[in-house]
Design a protein around this ligand. Structure first.
Ligand code: ZN
Length: 144
């Protein structure tokens, strides 16, 4: 799926980069993502001058490592799909499901299946007592 759900394990309170980096540092990371995007959502390609920065994490469940893989610039609609848990709570699931099906060219059944898989991975990852954080991605932004 081109656009998929990315549920962050519950214990990863620190996984929001805005709470790790200073506002100035976060700004550098964010702006680099916007520059790469060139005014288009990096997932669905929709032109937008109001893109949002999204942190992409990879999980190594064997080693309990949560790795920052990328920071991408996405449109509001894609961001709502990615954070489906929050979107559901805010009553936006119908709109999010429609965007998911449009971008991925899939059926409602496939949407439900992908959601089930994401929830299952989320449950499994919540069993890890503590994730070690790999922020190697940020090295290129830090001047020594
Ligand atoms: Zn998008």
């Amino acid at each position: 799926m081109k656009l998929n759900f990315e549920l962050v394990p519950d214990g990863c309170w620190y996984s929001n980069l805005r709470s790790i980096l200073s506002p100035a540092q976060w700004d550098v990371v964010r702006r680099e993502a916007y520059a790469r995007a060139g005014g288009r959502c990096m997932i669905c390609g929709a032109p937008s001058h109001r893109l949002e920065a999204h942190e992409r994490w990879e999980y190594d469940e064997e080693r309990c490592v949560q790795k920052l893989a990328d920071v991408v610039a996405v449109c509001k609609s894609c961001h709502e799909v990615i954070h489906i848990g929050r979107t559901q709570l805010m009553g936006g699931e119908v709109r999010a499901s429609e965007h998911f099906m449009k971008v991925n060219g899939c059926t409602y059944a496939e949407y439900r299946k992908a959601l089930g898989e994401a929830n299952e991975a989320h449950r499994r990852r919540n069993l890890v007592p503590e994730w070690k954080l790999d922020l190697g991605y940020l090295k290129k932004f830090i001047q020594s």
